[in-house]
Design a protein around this ligand. Structure first.
Ligand code: NAI
Ligand SMILES: O=C(O)/C=C/C=C(\O)C(=O)O
Length: 479
């Protein structure tokens, strides 16, 4: 697929005429090209967004609701095409793209189509002073949305939908590694009647195109999901310009398993929370801590279940684990297996590249389980973002809590127990933004989503996202 920028409702080539190769990770071959956009393309996108902002920000909520709902419907109508593109671009199983990624992209639009009609601001009566205050929530203007490659359309739309629902115009950049579904979204937006320039999609590298969005003086807010190092860099550039920032960054999430849990449900979910999407979800539970009295049993059962997962061609229905997103990423993840061995970790399962029939040059890795002795090892402290989990046992609640919190990240945690008191103690004391108890990645789009510590700042989801994409302005009327 040869991709173009979507600016002012038109598909156009980058001004410099330069393109970069896009790879299909399942076969390790070039499958198309994407624009290598520069700051001139970002400026063009900005001009088109700024031009339409006065009218878009005045569009009635009913009209916005209708357009966003239409986009949601068209995503659903194009499920097969979008899922095929997502799987080809990312390497994820086609079945996963069909069941999760694309339906969620549609839900993102439908959710914010509805949410904007329910969003309200506050009023404060200054009793005894004959004054009343009310707060306007006004769209910011032109905003930037920068998304990663792991859940391409899912996360791209998670940012764009609230931004445009609340009356902003957007310059969005998908990851250069997975541009296809963002490109297809442009066609859908046009068909849905989204006015020209409300959404502009500029493709290219993070260090040039992404950087130009962050550096642009008149783009007043940036919503970013990606690696912590990139997030820190963006914050350094944007903070002196006083931009609003929402940063959803990496994770090294604990999965804490107590002997009193529902064992079968825990086991099945732990396989998913470890290896779904090849372990490339910031919420995956990559550090598994198991209460000592069930540790050996868990180890045996977990290894047995994981050994049944099929690593294979993403387009085959029977595939559980597809290809990693890129050759560089495969090498990065694989390097942690060497680190594990050097650190004295014991590989209980996996650790090797997989050669898949008819996909010999694809980027496949076995799901890998490493038993570690200390939470201070690099495997337990650094985000790997691939199909690699570690196992460790613990003896006491206090010990488990300390292991869970002793890490620089603070995105999510999963807790398996049927003890209510323990559930509440852990929920209050875990240093993270999201806690799942006896479940994983159960999403309600109204809830605040985001992390603490080096997992980011700000919250997405529900009214939090609409608050991020609006400026409150208080009006005080004396009578
Ligand atoms: N959601 C998450 O938590 C994610 C975490 N990661 C982590 O980050 C590591 C690196 O992966 P990358 O693909 O390099 O992620 P990244 O953080 O560099 O990329 C995410 C997005 O940011 C853009 N970007 C990169 N540099 C930028 C800059 N200077 N200014 C503006 N935008 C910029 C990229 O083009 C992409 O659209 C992964 O190995 C993984 O550990 C990666 C993707 C998602
Ligand atoms: O909103 C969700 O359901 C999931 C979000 C996942 C990420 O932000 C990620 O993996 O980067």
């Amino acid at each position: 697929m040869n991709i173009k920028n979507y600016i002012n409702g038109e598909f156009i080539n980058p001004i410099n005429g330069e393109f970069i190769d896009n790879y299909n990770p399942a076969i390790g071959e070039v499958c198309g090209q994407i624009p290598n956009s520069t700051k001139e393309d970002v400026e063009l996108a900005f001009q088109s967004a700024a031009k339409v902002f006065p009218s878009w920000s005045n569009t009635t909520l009913d009209e916005r609701h209708k357009i966003l709902s239409k986009i949601a419907d068209l995503i659903t109508k194009n499920l097969d095409k979008l899922a095929a593109a997502e799987s080809k671009d990312n390497g994820k199983p086609l079945s996963l793209a069909k069941a999760i990624d694309i339906p969620r992209a549609s839900s993102n639009f439908q959710f914010f189509a509805n949410a904007i009609t329910q969003f309200s601001s506050e009023a404060h009566e200054s009793v005894g002073l004959n004054a009343v205050n009310f707060t306007l929530r006004q769209p910011i203007g032109v905003v930037g949305c920068i998304s990663p490659w792991n859940l391409p359309l899912y996360l791209f739309t998670w940012k764009i939908a609230p931004a445009i629902a609340s009356g902003n115009c957007v310059i969005a950049k998908p990851s250069e590694v997975t541009p296809m579904t963002a490109y297809l979204l442009g066609e859908i937006c046009t068909e849905a009647g989204l006015p020209k320039g409300v959404l502009n999609i500029v493709h290219g590298l993070g260090t040039s195109t992404g950087q130009a969005i962050v550096e642009h003086k008149k783009i007043k807010a940036i919503s970013f999901t990606g690696g912590t190092t990139t997030g820190a860099h963006i914050a350094r550039v944007a903070a002196p310009m006083f931009k609003k920032l929402s940063l959803e960054l990496g994770g090294k999430n604990p999965n804490i398993i107590f002997a009193d849990c529902d064992y079968e449900k825990m086991l099945e979910t732990t396989v998913r929370s470890s290896f779904a999407n090849q372990g490339q979800i910031c919420l995956c539970g990559s550090r598994i801590f198991v209460e000592e009295k069930i540790y050996e049993q868990f180890k045996k059962d977990f290894v047995q279940k994981v050994s049944q997962l099929k690593v294979g061609n993403p387009s085959e229905e029977s595939t559980n684990i597809g290809a990693l997103v890129s050759k560089q990423h495969l090498e990065k993840v694989k390097s942690y297996i060497d680190i594990a061995e050097n650190e004295g970790g014991k590989i209980l399962f996996g650790g090797k590249k997989v050669e898949v029939e008819n996909c010999e040059n694809g980027y496949y890795l076995q799901p890998t389980i490493v038993e570690v002795e200390s939470n201070t090892c690099r495997l337990n402290q650094e985000e790997i973002f691939g199909p690699v989990v570690t196992l460790m046992s613990f003896k006491t609640d206090g010990g488990a809590l300390q292991l869970a919190n002793d890490v620089k990240y603070g995105l999510s945690a999963t807790l398996w127990t049927n003890n209510l008191n323990r559930t509440m103690q852990f929920s209050k004391q875990l240093h993270c933004g999201i806690v799942w108890v006896n479940t994983w990645l159960m999403r309600d789009l109204r809830t605040p989503f985001g992390g603490q510590k080096e997992s980011g700042v700000g919250r997405e989801g529900g009214f939090e996202a609409l608050r991020f994409f609006t400026e409150p302005k208080n009006i005080c009327i004396k009578y």
